[in-house]
Design a protein around this ligand. Sequence first.
Ligand code: DGL
Length: 268
Amino acid sequence: MIGIFDSGLGGLTVFKEVAKALPGYRLLYLGDTARTPYGNRSQDLIYKFTKEAVEYLFRQGCQLVIIACNTASAEALRKIQREWLSKNYPERRVLGVIRPVAEEASQATKSGRIGVVGTRATVSSGAYGRELEALKPGVKVFSQACPLLVPLIEEGQAKRPETMKILRNYVRPLKAPKIDTLILGCTHYQFLYRQFKSAGQKGIKVLDSAKITAEKLKDYLARHKEIEVKLEKGGANRFLATDLTENFKKIVRDWLGEEVKLEKVDLG
Ligand code: DGL
């Protein structure tokens, strides 16, 4: 199975694209809805929560886990890969969302001026800046934390005019630096893709992070047959969450366009 983990429901945007790009592979989604949002927490806690989630998915039989959460990818992925995975599950893989999107952005930009919007933790980690600089030395990265957006999306308020007003205020400081590419550095923001497009300057490229992650995963599996052969094909996908509320159920139903069975799990 391929595990897809997010702090809440933002990773469903990645789930949907992975299911499209890799039909037939069995997917297991886990949202840590009881402890979301992660974006305003310390690195130590984000690492602890993410490691627990990855381990849980491994115990369910996932050979590969995508951390479909920028915050967890920025604050925990490197440490998990370097310090924990090799000691505990050397034959399994954990991938994140920052590298694939940074690769795409470094190719998409013409002016070398890239904007990044994300949670406070993702922005202050500087993870996108580091990846982009490594891929395209000299690139200029302009970041903006948008801490109010995740709670609004989780509350099902994505389409409210108040949300649009808040989003416009966040995007405004990115206008003066004349970026030509905008990275939605939070999986939740994919729910607001059209709103970001209309709030940014004309002609700006807003990258579809979920689609990019799914396409890069497909490419990764084509290059890493040793992992690909271990992945389960066929069988129903499963959806796990650490807390189940009516609101969460509704957003899952609306986003996936179908009724799915949600299972409550305890990561502790
Ligand atoms: N969806 C997560 C991300 O991509 C963050 C949400 C949160 O703050 O937990 O950054």
